[in-house]
Write a protein that binds this ligand. Structure first.
Ligand code: BG6
Length: 489
């Protein structure tokens, strides 16, 4: 049952992902999708809109009629008990028609203010009372600070146990984010060096070229900190920093991630400025097109104090990472759409090649999350010829160039996992709670102090100067992201 069936996420991501799973044979004929939303639609109209979204986003519709015949529509009022009872009758009928053994997945892809009410009503009206499994898949935002997240969690827990709740962080469905663990734990080469003796710093960048689009109302209250850092950025850091789990199962992996989040150095509100900086985009040029400043976007206050860019330094105070800064940065309207991780190794103890008048480049391991997917290792080698001068070389692995296939969309994997009952790539409540507690201190500092420099970066740039300064204080600089594209290697 998909709540928010007429929304953007359902159309852009969920229907195309279900279709791909169907085409790959990962969903059998024994399935039904009930689209739930406020609008009045007939089953046929709904099926046609699903068909339309598949055509738009996939561009093919082989076996489409067979696929959409599994789709049903229920026009719903989230606050009306009778509407849930009708939904229950529909679900029971489909259980019989499709032989579903009472297995039910409730997917919340709509306005977050209704998450709690829906979960409670699913229970009170008996929809969760089923012989099969019952699972709740829930989209972000999961609260907007620790307190509201805790309240939301309390409400959904009245209907679902923790192991029945699948909190989506779509970054965890990305192929190369999942690859972080494999690169670390399946290679003899990296893990022995993966600590403060050999690593100088780690940089995680997730930049976007898009602005806030039509989401001004939501974004004004969220900003980049809540929208990207609390979830996606901290999850990537947790995967990079965690200890090897004793087993590769959901509980063990999640508990190692929780330990990382627990080891983040906590800040006092007055210390936030030493660790985190914020930005807001001005007008500028992105991909050759003139774009407006954030303050001129729809539904944004003309004197908005909301950040569209965050850069920060995280210190992980445990034995492995003491002294190694994890720098993160994310922003809208930046120069490129790119998510990359750069692991910078420490310089070797002594440079034998100084007489070449060239300084050695540090070894870097670059993990390309998107748009290109791959890994690049930056080494130094001998320049061919008589002299012993060095030259930088790059060893490159690119997912696309290996199998020439598009890797599955994150949502495809996450939907499949939720049906199989694998919650590894979803966030546990403990992770959500710790991330909010960490981020809340930063929000407190920022909400109490208006940032006079806003807007402080031009659209199409790599963010404000303060972000460069943050690293310079430590003697580091951001590695340029475009130069590191797999295609440029
Ligand atoms: C979402 C944010 O969680 O992630 C958006 O709400 C952002 O603001 C998006 O654009 C970025 O995701 P991706 O997969 O395009 O990097």
């Amino acid at each position: 049952m998909l709540f928010g069936a007429t929304g953007d996420l359902a159309n852009r991501k969920l229907y195309p992902s279900l279709y791909r799973l169907y085409k790959k044979g990962k969903i059998t004929e024994r399935f039904a999708v009930v689209g739930v939303a406020r609008r009045q639609l007939s089953n046929e109209e709904f099926q046609n809109s699903v068909k339309e979204s598949i055509l738009t986003y996939i561009g093919e519709n082989v076996e489409i009629d067979e696929f959409i015949s599994h789709f049903y529509y229920h026009s719903h009022d989230v606050t009306d008990a009778a509407s849930y009872r009708e939904l229950k009758t529909l679900a029971e009928g489909l259980d019989t028609t499709y032989n579903l053994d009472g297995n039910r997945l409730f997917y919340m892809a709509m306005a977050p203010e209704f998450f709690g009410t829906i979960a409670e009503s699913l229970k009170s009206e008996g929809l969760t009372d089923t012989d099969g499994y019952k699972r709740l898949v829930i989209e972000k935002p999961f609260g907007h600070n620790f307190e509201s997240a805790q309240e939301l969690n309390r409400r959904i827990r009245t209907a679902f146990a923790e192991d029945e709740i699948y909190r989506i962080d779509h970054y965890l469905g990305k192929e190369m984010v999942q690859n972080i663990e494999v690169i670390r734990f399946a290679n003899a080469l990296f893990e022995p060096l993966w600590n403060n003796r050999y690593i100088s710093n780690i940089q995680v960048t997730s930049s976007e070229t898009l602005g806030v689009e039509e989401r001004g109302r939501y974004y004004e209250k969220s900003g980049a900190l809540r929208d990207m850092v609390q979830n996606h950025m901290l999850q990537m850091v947790a995967l990079l920093a965690m200890e090897p789990p004793i087993r590769l199962n959901t509980d063990e992996i999640r508990s190692e991630k929780v330990r990382v989040l627990r080891s983040f150095r906590t800040m006092k509100v007055e210390d936030v400025k030493d660790y985190f900086v914020r930005g807001q985009y001005d007008n500028g040029m992105v991909d050759g097109v003139e774009v407006p400043a954030y303050r001129n976007e729809q539904m944004v206050a003309p004197d908005s104090n909301t950040e569209t860019y965050v850069a920060g330094k995280l210190m992980i105070d445990n034995f492995r990472w003491a002294g190694v800064p994890f720098y993160i940065r994310t922003g809208k309207r930046m120069a490129a759409k790119s998510t990359k991780i750069v692991v910078q190794f420490k310089d070797i103890p002594m440079n034998l090649y100084y007489n070449t008048k060239e300084t050695l480049n540090p070894n870097l391991l670059v993990i390309h999350i998107q748009p290109e997917e791959g890994v690049t290792l930056h080494l130094n080698a001998k320049k061919s010829g008589q002299s012993m001068t060095t030259t930088p070389v790059r060893l490159n692995f690119s997912n696309k160039s290996v199998d020439r296939m598009n890797t599955p969309e994150a949502y495809e994997k996450l939907l499949y996992d939720s049906m199989r009952g694998d919650a590894t790539n979803f966030t546990h409540w403990d992770e959500v709670a710790l991330s909010w507690k960490f981020v809340d201190t930063i929000s407190e500092a920022w909400e109490n102090a208006k940032e006079e420099s806003f807007p402080n970066y031009a659209s199409g740039s790599m963010g404000p100067q303060s972000s460069e300064d943050l690293l310079q204080k430590d003697g580091h600089t951001w590695w340029p992201i475009e130069e590191f594209d797999v295609d440029n290697c």
